[in-house]
Design a binder for this molecule. Structure first.
Ligand code: SF4
Length: 198
């Protein structure tokens, strides 16, 4: 365990406890359980997806279905294990029928994501798909236009690098997105290794 983990472990667990009991938006009605996020709470690399799906809602762990397996395979290509990174979503409860999360739900839940990011202090945040990228970049342009281009962002008091990527679910549907995701993934080690994360 690193010094970063020791310093924040109690606060991180208390945040997990708070989120797991959250009823602040309508999604709490239909969820099986909150999907807080999983992985290394002192990770240098933080992935943000959109929302839990059916398998995540059942297991309580993000990215456990086909998209999760693709994400793990992509991580393997750059020599990083799932346990080394932290993975979470824009909203922590599953929208019914896998619909898109609403603006109200995103607005209500996103402070939790921001607090997670501030505690983990990642050097690089990979936003997966449009919802996470728009939330964290403030950009209106879609992921097809801005994927693979790192940018500096500030989350609370943390200066970090945002690296927008295609969502693995999109990559599973389209060979072009799969190839784009693979190409962008290959740049992650360089972003992690440079002095300022870029
Ligand atoms: S989605 Fe977020 S804000 Fe809504 S109930 Fe779940 S944890 Fe709370």
């Amino acid at each position: 365990m690193t010094a970063k983990t020791v310093g924040h472990a109690d606060v991180f667990e208390s945040l997990r406890h708070e989120v797991e009991g959250c009823t602040r938006c309508p999604l709490h009605d239909s969820r099986t359980q909150v999907v807080f996020g999983s992985g290394n709470p002192a990770a240098d690399l933080f992935f943000v997806g959109e929302a839990p799906g059916a398998e995540e809602d059942r297991s309580g762990v993000p990215f456990v279905g086909r998209s999760g397996r693709l994400l793990e395979r992509m991580l393997e290509t750059i020599g990083i294990s799932r346990q080394e990174v932290f993975i979470s979503n824009v909203v922590k409860c599953r929208p019914p029928e896998n619909r898109d999360p609403s603006s109200l739900e995103i607005e209500t839940c996103s402070p939790y994501l921001e607090r997670q990011i501030e505690l983990v202090e990642p050097r690089v945040i990979c936003s997966l798909g449009n919802f996470a990228t728009r939330l964290l970049s403030g950009e209106k342009r879609g992921i097809t236009q801005i994927h693979g281009v790192p940018r500096k962002i500030q989350i609370g008091s943390l200066d970090t690098t945002l690296f927008p990527l295609f969502h693995p679910a999109a990559a599973l549907r389209s060979p072009a997105y799969a190839s784009g995701l693979e190409g962008d993934f290959a740049r992650i080690p360089e972003l992690l290794g440079s002095p300022e994360g870029e």
